[in-house]
Design a protein around this ligand. Structure first.
Ligand code: AR6
Length: 318
């Protein structure tokens, strides 16, 4: 009983919930929660008692970050809060297309889809699909193996890095930011607090802590629909990825939620920036995953993939 009381008090300190709410918690869940957040994590949660364990706050954060980065995978997996998804389980765009090509060809041949999303040009005699600026992209089988459309929760991906659509304070928020901080645990916020925020269009990297992903790249999207700033988010995230020798990354649809960027325009920018980065740096990354949480975003990306990552020549399928 004494142990249970200690657990409840500890949990109350961590969650700052009233005791009555905690008592209604399932105890087996409380126990595993306490195991996941040992005393050092509770001090991360309050950000006030860091020095108690000795060493500076920064040293303690660095130590915790490295603990998770060097932890044996099986041990780390036992701490995850949700199911995890391996990179191998995320189909490449090439495989995705092969499995869904009948449906996709039908979807793509839909007149409305072609008129609203794509510019079909046949001025040279060969029909091509062009992006918003009139550029067309060649079929490139190597690049089609490096990108993926994946519908799901980004916090489940066990890959090198996931991107967070954060705000400039980098201290958590709603949407995907909230989901990432909830799954990573309070140590993520403690590390973020040392970064002095982040300006729009820039990105900063942290550890992933209790997330299946090793790292989180936090970027701040525009709130005013500025496409250059959104492009800069994708570019700086990709630059950080390669700077840290990371090989796989997943992007949410930055700025298209609470920040209100029109999803179709944002998808053009995301796909074009990634295509151009991969063309210039084909060996630097193994996989870029577009994580699509909403069915409407999946539909937009499926349609635009034929422009930025074409799998077959249009002339054979028009
Ligand atoms: N996994 C993948 N994608 C998700 C998830 C998830 N778990 N949850 C939401 N999305 P938003 P923003 C998608 O609003 O527009 C926060 O408060 C969502 O459907 O998270 O850049 C920050 O602190 C949408 O497609 O980010 C900032 O204050 C996409 O993620 C502000 O929101 C982005 O939606 C940033 O706004």
């Amino acid at each position: 009983m004494k142990r249970i009381n200690i657990l409840l008090i500890s949990l109350r300190n961590y969650t700052r919930l009233p005791a009555r709410q905690l008592i209604t918690c399932d105890l087996s869940r409380s126990l595993s929660h306490t195991e996941r957040f040992p005393p050092t994590y509770r001090s991360f949660g309050t950000l006030s008692t860091m020095s108690r364990t000795g060493g500076s706050k920064d040293e303690m954060i660095e130590k915790e970050k490295n603990k998770f980065l060097s932890m044996p995978l099986e041990q780390k997996r036992s701490l995850y809060k949700a199911p995890y998804v391996l990179l191998q389980a995320v189909q490449t765009w090439e495989d995705y297309f092969a499995k869904a090509k009948e449906r996709l060809r039908k979807q793509w041949s839909d007149v409305t889809c072609q008129m609203s999303l794509l510019k079909i040009a046949s001025d040279s005699g060969t029909p091509t699909r062009k992006d918003e600026s009139g550029k067309s992209y060649a079929v490139n089988p190597e690049l089609n193996k490096k990108v993926s459309l994946w519908a799901g929760n980004i916090t489940h991906l066990e890959i090198d890095a996931i991107v967070n659509a954060a705000n400039s304070r980098l201290l958590g928020g709603g949407g995907v930011d909230g989901a990432i901080h909830a799954a990573a645990g309070p140590a993520l916020k403690a590390e973020c607090a040392t970064l002095n925020g982040c300006v729009v269009g820039d990105a900063k990297i942290t550890g992933g802590y209790l997330l299946p992903a090793k790292h989180v790249i936090h970027t701040v999207g525009p709130q005013d629909g500025n496409g250059n700033h959104l492009e800069s988010c994708y570019k700086t995230c990709l630059r950080l990825l390669t700077k840290h020798h990371l090989r796989s990354v997943a992007f949410p649809c930055i700025s298209t939620g609470i920040y209100g960027f029109p999803p179709e325009g944002a998808a053009h920018i995301a796909l074009r920036t990634v295509r151009e980065f991969l063309e210039k740096n084909p060996q630097s990354v193994d996989r870029v995953i577009f994580c699509l949480f909403l069915p409407t975003d999946l539909n937009i990306y499926e349609n635009l993939m034929q422009v930025y990552f074409p799998v077959e020549d249009l002339k054979t399928n028009l």
